[in-house]
Each structure stands twice: as C-alpha cells, then as structure tokens.
Design a binder for this molecule. Structure first.
Ligand code: GLC
Ligand code: CA
Length: 512
C-alpha cells in the first residue's frame, strides 16, 4: 500500500507563488507543469500542492467554496488532470490538500445551512440552537443568519466548522458522531476524496486533521473517524497516501495516516531546531536538541513500524528557515533534514535559501505568514522569472533584496545550497539506512551540547550521522573509528582514546 512513500522526498508547492504562465501575477497549473523537470532534477519525486479549489481566498484557499472545482486562477479541472499526468509521466506522485474541517462562508452548503427552514444542509455545520449561546471553540458566527443559533468556526471567522459530531454530546444541539448530520458530512468527504483520486491524485495532505470531532480532548473520536476513512480507502483506493497536519504522530498514525508532520505547534519541540532565539542549528546557539529528541523518541516508539514522522524544512504557515539561519548553517540543517527517518518535505525555495520577506502587508489571510509566501526566484530576468505581469500585480511582492538567491545563480555555483541539497538527496536515496524507513538510534543528544549524533540502519547497512552546527569544535564518546567516511562537510573528525572531535559548522556520514 502506497509503497512509493518508502522512497518519497517531497516538494511543497504553494501554487500562487511558484510560476505564472498567463501573466496575471499569480502562479498556475501550467507554471507548475513547466517546472516539474526542475523538481525532478533536484531529486524530489513527490509533490504536495496547497489547496487549488474554488475559494474567495480569505485564507489562501483554505476556505473552499467548491471542493469539486479548481480555482479559475490556477486553471480548469482538466488542466489539473494534465498536471497530474505530467507528474506521473515522470514517475513522480502528487498529494492534493484536503480541507475537511471547514468551508468558506461563501460555500453553498453554508448558505443553505443559514436558512431558518430545515433543509439538506441544516446539520452540515456545528450550530447551537439559539443565537445567544456560543459553542466552545476558537470562535463563532452569529447574527448573520435567519436561523436562530451560532455557528462554530474552526480557524478564521469566515471558516465555519463542518459537523462531524461531538465525541460525547452534552447539549441538545450537540450531535453524536453517528447522527444523520455528521454521517452526511462523512459521506460527502468520501465523495470529495473519490472525485480527486479518480481524477488521478495519489492521496492527500489533510488540513487540521486533528480537529474534526468536537469535545474530543484525547482525539479518540477523531481517530475513529479517520480509521473509517482508511477502511474506505483500503477498499476503494488502497494506494492512496494520507499525510496529516496533526502534530502528534502517535494519534495520527493510530487514525490510519501513513505520515504525520512535526510542526511549529504542538508538543514536538520542532521550533527548538531552527525557529527560536538560539536555534540548535545555528552557529551562535547554545541550542538544546535534547527535548526534541525526547519527544521524537516517544513518538517513534509509539508508532514503531506503523508509519512515518516527517520533519519539514518549513511550510506556508511558518517563517522561512533562512530567516534565522544562513550560509553553511543551512547546509548542516539540510544534512539533518535529509538524514532523518520519514519522508523529507522541502518547502519551495528553501533549497535555494529563499528569505522571509519582512514587513509585508497581509495577503489573503496570510498575516505574518505572508513573508514565507513570496514568489519563487527562478532567475535574474523580470520578476525573478516568476511572472511577466507588472510588479504591482504580483500575488505577493518579491524579496526586494538585490542579492536574493535564484535557481539560475545557484545552479551555476558548485558551492551553493541548491547543489548541497541536491547532493544530499541523491546521497540519501543511495543509502537504504538513510531512507524513509531506515531505523534510528540516538547516540549523543545531550542538553545544551553539541554535536548531535545518531545511527541510521537498514538491513546490514549502518550509517553514523554527526552534526555540529555550532561555531565551536565539539566532542563525544565514540566507540567507532570513523574510518569509513561516506560524506563530510566543513572539515574532518578526529578520533582518539574513544573520543571523537569534530569542527564547528560540520556534518559527517560514516559507515560503521
Ligand atoms: C492549516 C493550514 C493553514 C490554514 C489553516 C486553516 O493550518 O496549513 O494555512 O490557514 O489550516 O485551514
Ligand atoms: Ca497565472
């Protein structure tokens, strides 16, 4: 089942900002199709594309108004199919972004559910039974409908929550998971998945997958819901891959997801690595990787053999990697990202060290996320090769820095981050121990200390990974001679009397 995930290295595309082919300032399916060879050449063999469906774009497309129709600005349903064909022709795979938890207020289901008369959509969303009672949760909508009640939202206030029921209904308006309203929502969700799987997508990245059943603190109801979806897929689309935005792999994988992300929210300590005041992967950090490792190990043990934990380079919701760390720090960071178990995910542009663009006005509900959503920098031509539109019509302004990195520039430079990332991907794919399913054992991950050392293994291959992102040499007790060097950066390790010392700004891979 979805065996391809075992070798998958993902590239996340934010379609608005990747490549514009009709000069309206917004990226499109045609642009992505043009750049498939670029993604393949980098070594990525799988794509996750952010939502591309009809939407008023109050949250960059995470506010869907028709799940069965692509947004005109990207192209037609047929053009999306053509893009997916292009992906498959290259032996690659693509996940679409499924937003099951909420729609836009502009969705016809919501407009129907606002009506006072009972109809097919009355129970499609989570409504209380009188306007003065607000449901518990991130917020609610009231005073906008003839219907007497408040509607729960799941993120922004224009994103009403679809009704999958309450784990333990307590109030009269709270419906059980098996009540007709929630069952109808489930049936529709399956239809949407069927529609796009039949059209050729290889599975889904699932938005806010943890949040569907309400009043469900431990996630038990939501896990049950996803198990039902998995059973449906096993029957009708056994090859469909499912990746969750959950942030708690033990729960997500229990729900039948193949993979879950560690993210900037949740208990994972992911932020300790790159996104805090003293990131572990920086030359100045007094960084601490031990809490991250403790949580990782906890998840790893709980999910053993059942699925994968993915550590993305970034995504459309967090600051770019290159906002905090630079130059060789990025190379050491990628040596980590590309040598951990689980499928790697590279956010578009991170492979060239694209910067977070500071100080931008929010675009389509981006707020502080907008700076991570600027147009891809292809070359030194007009608008960095992203679009021929006038500069002021670009979806998000380009990084204004004259020294901004470009694909063209980095391809021509043998020492660039792009080359490093490309080589690291090829290196990973050449070593089963380093691939998605290889095992990991942490050898040295002490509190406030460097280096960071772990052992990856698969079959009879064992690769020791030594990372020292700090500015200073660092040592660890080492039972190996490190004589079989596979790949190093930033100098060499020395081993004496059972202690290995490595320079600062260093990574090394050794067969042991
Ligand atoms: C997820 C998406 C984010 C979106 C939110 C609401 O976190 O990644 O971009 O705003 O869900 O759908
Ligand atoms: Ca366009």
């Amino acid at each position: 089942m979805a065996k391809w995930l075992d070798d998958a290295v993902f590239y996340e595309i934010y379609p608005q900002s990747f490549k514009d082919t009709n000069s309206d300032g917004i990226g499109d399916f045609g642009g992505i199709r043009e750049k498939l060879d670029y993604i393949k050449e980098l070594g990525c063999n799988a794509i996750w594309m952010n939502p591309c469906f009809e939407s008023p774009f109050g949250d960059a497309g995470y506010d869907v108004s028709d799940y069965y129709q692509t947004a005109a600005r990207y192209g037609t349903n047929d053009e999306l199919k053509k893009l997916m064909d292009g992906v498959h022709d290259r032996g690659m795979h693509i996940l679409l972004d499924l937003v099951p938890g909420h729609t836009s207020t502009a969705h016809k289901w919501f407009r129907e559910s606002m009506k006072a008369e009972k109809n097919e959509y009355t129970d499609r969303y989570v409504w209380t039974d009188n306007i003065w009672e607000a449901p518990e949760g991130p917020g609610s909508l009231r005073g906008i409908s003839d219907r007497d009640g408040s509607c729960l939202v799941s993120f922004f206030s224009h994103q009403p929550a679809l009704n999958y029921g309450y784990y333990r209904p307590e109030k009269p308006w709270q419906q059980a998971m098996d009540a007709p309203g929630p069952r109808a929502t489930m049936a529709e969700l399956k239809n949407i998945m069927r529609f796009w799987l039949n059209a050729g997508c290889d599975g889904f990245r699932v938005d806010m997958a943890h949040s569907l059943v309400k009043g469900d603190e431990d996630g038990k109801g939501t896990i049950e819901l996803w198990r039902e979806i998995r059973a449906f897929l096993d029957k009708e689309f056994p090859e469909a891959a499912m990746v969750s935005e959950w942030g708690e792999p033990d729960k997500a994988l229990a729900g039948g997801f193949h993979m879950d992300f560690l993210l900037h929210f949740g208990p994972s300590h992911y932020n300790d690595l790159f996104r805090c005041e003293e990131p572990y992967f920086s030359g100045w950090g007094k960084g601490d990787v031990s809490e991250f490792v403790r949580k990782y190990q906890e998840n790893y043990e709980k999910t053993d053999g059942r699925g994968m934990i993915c550590i993305p380079s970034g995504n459309h919701d967090m600051a770019r990697l290159a906002r905090t760390i630079h130059g060789n720090e990025l190379k050491v960071a990628f040596a980590f990202l590309l040598s951990m178990p689980g499928a790697p995910f590279i956010y578009y542009g991170d492979e060239i060290g694209m910067r977070y663009v500071e100080g931008l006005t929010s675009v389509e509900g981006g707020y502080d996320r907008t700076g991570s959503r600027s147009p891809m920098q292809w070359d030194s031509s007009i608008n960095a090769g992203f679009s021929l539109a006038g500069e002021e019509t670009l979806y998000v302004p380009l990084d204004p820095d004259p020294g901004r990195p470009t694909v063209e520039g980095q391809m021509a430079d043998p020492d660039s981050l792009y080359q490093e990332v490309k080589e690291l991907i090829a290196f990973r794919q050449g070593h089963p121990a380093l691939k998605n399913r290889g095992d990991i054992e942490f050898i040295y991950a002490e509190k406030n200390a460097y280096p960071f050392v772990y052992l990856r293994s698969a079959g009879d291959e064992r690769v020791l990974v030594v990372l020292n992102p700090s500015g200073e040499p660092a040592s660890f007790a080492c039972e190996y001679l490190l004589s079989d060097k596979l790949r190093t950066f930033g100098g060499e390790a020395t081993v004496k009397d059972g202690e290995a010392t490595v320079p600062g700004g260093f990574y090394g891979f050794y067969r042991v």
